[in-house]
Design a protein around this ligand. Sequence first.
Ligand SMILES: Cc1cc2nc3c(=O)[nH]c(=O)nc-3n(C[C@H](O)[C@H](O)[C@H](O)COP(=O)(O)OP(=O)(O)OC[C@H]3O[C@@H](n4cnc5c(N)ncnc54)[C@H](O)[C@@H]3O)c2cc1C
Ligand code: SF4
Ligand code: SF4
Ligand code: SF4
Length: 1019
Amino acid sequence: MSDKMALIPFRQLLHWVMEEYKHSGMVFGIPEEKFFKKSNDHYMELFGEAIATPVGPAAGPHSQLAQNIIASYMSGSRFFELKSVQIMDELEIAKPCISAEDECYNTEWSTELPIMGAFAEYVKAWFILHVIQKEFFQQTERRFMFNMSVGYDLKGIQSPKVDEFIEGLKDAAKTKIFQECQDVLREELGLLKHVDSAFVDQISPQICNSITLSTMHGCPPTEIEAIIRYLISEKKLHTFVKMNPTLLGFEYVRKTFDKMGYDYIQLKEASFTHDLQFGDGVEMLKRLKVFAADNKKDFGVKLSNTLPVRIARDELPGEEMYMSGRALYPLTINLAYKLAAEFDGELKISYSGGADAFNIERIFAAGIRPITVATTLLKPGGYQRFQQLAERLEPLLDNQESSRLDMKKLKALAESAFDDANHIKESRDMLSRKTSLKLPLLDCFIAPCEKGCPIEQDVPEYLRLVGEKRYEEAFDVIVSKNPLPFTTGTICTHTCMTKCTRLDYDESVHIRGQKLVAAEKGFAGYMQKVSKGQSQSKASVAVIGAGPAGLSAAYFLAKAGMNVTVFDKREKAGGTVEFVIPDFRISREAIKKDIELIESMGVKFKFGVNPKVSVADYKAQGFNYVVLAIGAGRTNALAIQGDMERIRGAIPFLEAFNTDRQGLNLGKRVAVVGGGNSAMDAARAALRVPGVEEVSIVYRRTKDYMPADEEELAYAQKDGVIFKELLAPVSLSGGVLKCQVMDLGPADASGRRSPVPREGIYEELPVDTVLSAIGELIDYDLLKTNGIEVGEKGKIKVNEDTLETNVENVFIGGDALVGPWTVVGAISHGTKVAKAILAKEHLEFSQEYASRISFDKEKQLLEVRTKKAVLQPVCDGEEETGRCLECNYICNICSEVCPNRANLMIPVEGEGLTNRNQILHVDGMCNECGNCETFCPYDDAPYKVKMTLYWSEKEFADSLNTGFVILKDGKEPIVKLRLKGEVIEVAFDQTGRTDAPIDGSLAAFMWTVIQQYPYLYKV
Ligand SMILES: Cc1cc2nc3c(=O)[nH]c(=O)nc-3n(C[C@H](O)[C@H](O)[C@H](O)COP(=O)(O)OP(=O)(O)OC[C@H]3O[C@@H](n4cnc5c(N)ncnc54)[C@H](O)[C@@H]3O)c2cc1C
Ligand code: SF4
Ligand code: SF4
Ligand code: SF4
């Protein structure tokens, strides 16, 4: 494996395009339904030429290779800012060089190819685009444009090497590559239906009449001006000059980042002071505008360059990287406004900086064009995102060259950028979407949401069923793993949503709400058919505790035919959910339905039992197994001094609130101490107690560090709860809560900044009652009297696989085992315990659906492919199910996000293979940029792990990847294969059989590539 890319010769490129389309209806992985087909005959004028839409790839990874430019074109790009070239064209770039998990960083800035290698790629792409335009869309007149980009100083730009490049793109007629493309095309006309030699002859050698100048950060203003004068007057090119966001000044950028949640981005003040200053820049532009007009050339600015920042969190190798993407948008659009205001709107602006499907219409409507993108294309959906971008602009095109900017609209856009939710960083760190799983060689598609769910709910399946209004089946799918569909549909902490692929588009699918829809609409029908488990065993189980953990264990045990009784000290089932969580969060009716489902399995209940649990007594009563699911109900005492009678535990308060809120006497002002979900519930409940006028949450860190769910925090805020951050209570006396003022100190090992007291500084709050919500505790005494061993730091000793304690046949789970947790966590423990007991009884543990569920696979395929790469805000009601991308049916993210098209989707029919296609990595096309690793949901890099095709034995020898090189093709092919580090030769007979010691699925994969995809390896 090496980061050097092998370039595809023109003839093979042409064959690749035509054969891939014929074979799979795709061109470089862009499926036909994502081809951009114009819906009107509107276009846009630029530099005296017409382009079908002003959208395209910014000079960067998406315009480096011919195949990148072709993929861009297929999905909607028509303005191509070619990747920049410079005199130093043999730089070694440390890899990976792109980190696009959220806002994007990169360390490569000009082409990785030698200059004339880059030139050849652009010429080849020029020809193929003409062919595609005619062959696929029957359009003769060119409606796309190439714009060259050069850097970085006058001397380099005037060097013979760069000059040859510039002159070549101005007129390529005499270049070898231009002639070769023409000749090959003439020879290969047989491949094409709509292209003839006359068409080939008229392909213009004048590839570019415009240029974008890229200058290094720190380039002296006189140098910038001299280069532009040279390009306009000597090279006779329409010119855009790339300006840097540093023009806004250090203070402005720092403040913007801090206010928008990007406070962790480390800037170098020197980058600002050494760069061109705003006033000088404006004066320079004014002079150049006049100069360009005198030379009858167009001149404008390209806004903006990336922003140099320090590498502080190991994002990429090295010390400095360049930032782009959604964090750059507020800067670039404000720079656009600020500069344009100096010219009263008479300024040509080419835009790039966080443009995407949500803002592109507004940018265009302000008169800014062309608009180029890079970061959005690096995210799942990849190049296919062009289609939505181009389609959004269709109705706005006016066949005009942009004459002036609409300053009113631009001003509004600039001002609104700071509050635009799509550009504000979420207040907590975004969790990585990657799972901890290892990437398999074959059949890798997974739904990350499922892996993020402690009970691995079959999310995409039930979402599709709800979408198809098959509610009863959806309910069936849910309850196969989850006996509390109403409870979890209402209050689950939905960790599934932190892994959702849509987070890389816009916002996670609102999964939980759709579970509730399935529960509400599927319950009645399901309950009519459900029957209790047939008795399969004489052994019986006592479950102590009727909360989520106990109920789940009981459900799965009874379902499998065991005799189960649930005992609880209270008078009802439901545990903390029923007795503590306030009814404004979950209705008691919903909890009741879950209990009904569990009872329907034959589970028996005994309430009001003695809380002094004796395992021996239960065993003496004849129970073979005892499951302790007693929660963690002890309240942690708040260590402050003073009027202790005015300090109450949040949990007992919430219990009392649920039974009789009228009888509570909290006074007028309540302070809740803590930052978790219990604190939010206690605060919101306190606000609903008669007589209470004001409720504050007192927390020793800032809101960003509160462990409560984002959602619960937002509800508390909406209800009017006041947040008192950086305060630690010390005493409550005479209606005054004295608090130590804290500061955030340095980050600890977990990355959290710890609170440090500000010596001698206190704040006093008027408070009548304090509610302490600083955590609940496990009842260790009860465990110890039953002989259950507790280890260091209160960790109860269990077999992690079964949750059996040191006392034989006694199990423990839920909050009782790990302390305050979640409903779904408790369900996962109940499930594990049930599975372990059933195994002891030699009974089957099954999570099969009761009904046979199937989908129209072809319809599903088309729908998934259509949804891909389309940004779509959250929908109302059940429409929301349509936002699910059904990742376990089709993933292919590594293929979508690869700028170089190096990960291919190959349908393989082979022994035991279940995925719709397999991923084939093509070594020669990969430059190890690392982007597929960022977005693959596994804890691995597809470019290192997936089955790799090598174009030569040298490439094969330079790599460690599992993969193959074809030694002999034809009817009885032979390949050299590396598998688990061993190299073997695999010879196939004419039917695809081989005696080599490899799995049939692997053999089928290689056979399919050799037989059906000759264009992939005949390079
Ligand atoms: C205020 C608050 C808000 C929460 N909000 C959420 C939320 O939004 N989403 C979420 O997923 N989770 C939430 N949780 C956490 C969630 O409720 C618990 O993690 C979950 O209920 C734990 O289930 P469990 O079965 O282990 O224990 P519990 O639900 O506590 O059930 C334990 C049961 O055992 C019984 N019991 C206890 N001791 C004995 C005894 N000695 N003898 C007999 N019976 C006994 C109790 O009566 C109770 O019925 C919240 C918790 C609190 C306190
Ligand atoms: S898009 Fe659908 S399948 Fe994919 S992670 Fe999100 S909810 Fe799950
Ligand atoms: S395969 Fe991955 S690492 Fe290689 S070029 Fe494509 S995205 Fe980059
Ligand atoms: S990103 Fe690629 S390798 Fe990773 S799971 Fe998806 S298809 Fe497989």
